[in-house]
Design a binder for this molecule. Sequence first.
Ligand code: NAP
Length: 248
Amino acid sequence: MSPHVLVLGGTTEARELAAELAARPGVRVTTSLAGRVARPGALDGDVRIGGFGGGEGLAGWLREHRVDAVVDATHPFAEAITKNAAWAAAATGVPVLVLRRPGWQPRPGDRWHPVGSLGAAAAVLPGLGRRVFLTTGRTGLAAFAGLTALHFVVRSVEPPAPPMPPDVHVVLARGPFDVPGETALLRAHRIDVLVTKDSGGEATAAKLTAARALGLPVVVVRRPPLPEGLSAVPDVAAVLERLELPAW
Ligand code: NAP
């Protein structure tokens, strides 16, 4: 029977992986999306949308749909679903491989302030500037809600909702972004400091180059660690190498 691979998605890499797997005649691929984005782009293979109901729900889904392998290709900061995948792997014996793009590395001229959480980012901000470009996503804005003296430019794909800081200008946009565009945005809003998660990848890295050129400090939120028992590979090619798939 064709092996069934479940890809936990929501990233560019997940989309690329689904395309690679769907192109193999002997393989069945289903991509799972959380359902956060109103109009996700088209995906190759089957698609299911919405939470599973925790680790137990995911384990049940793996059994019911006879999944042979799971690739967790979710965003490096999507911590809950990755924990659930580790739990479901232990409960069912279905192998889970994590696809995590490498994190960003500082370059000469960068003024990075690494922190362990959004809360820690909020704590260092008042010492770094008054006008903040916040690119950590619309769901974590509560961590900055108490910073009433700062002006925030918040960029997100979907409109943010409270709780959030009182002085917010929202920029709705979806990457990829380029260096001239990011430089223009930082200048137009007279930004003093940038806040980002260490998402890695090319699509959103231009802001780091722009901040470096303008000499701006960047608060970089470090990634949460992988749950015990899960191992990660850095790209789609490495996933295809690790999965034992039938020959073309
Ligand atoms: P999260 O905190 O890890 O997940 C919260 C809950 O959402 C999970 O417990 C699960 O619900 C459900 N869920 C998450 N990803 C899912 C998936 N691929 N398929 C089915 N259910 C999923 O995740 P998040 O940070 O809210 O991110 C949600 C999605 O957006 C992820 O798929 C991620 O790849 C993508 N994304 C996240 C970020 C970020 O910065 N966090 C950035 C870009 C894209 P149940 O427990 O009910 O199963």
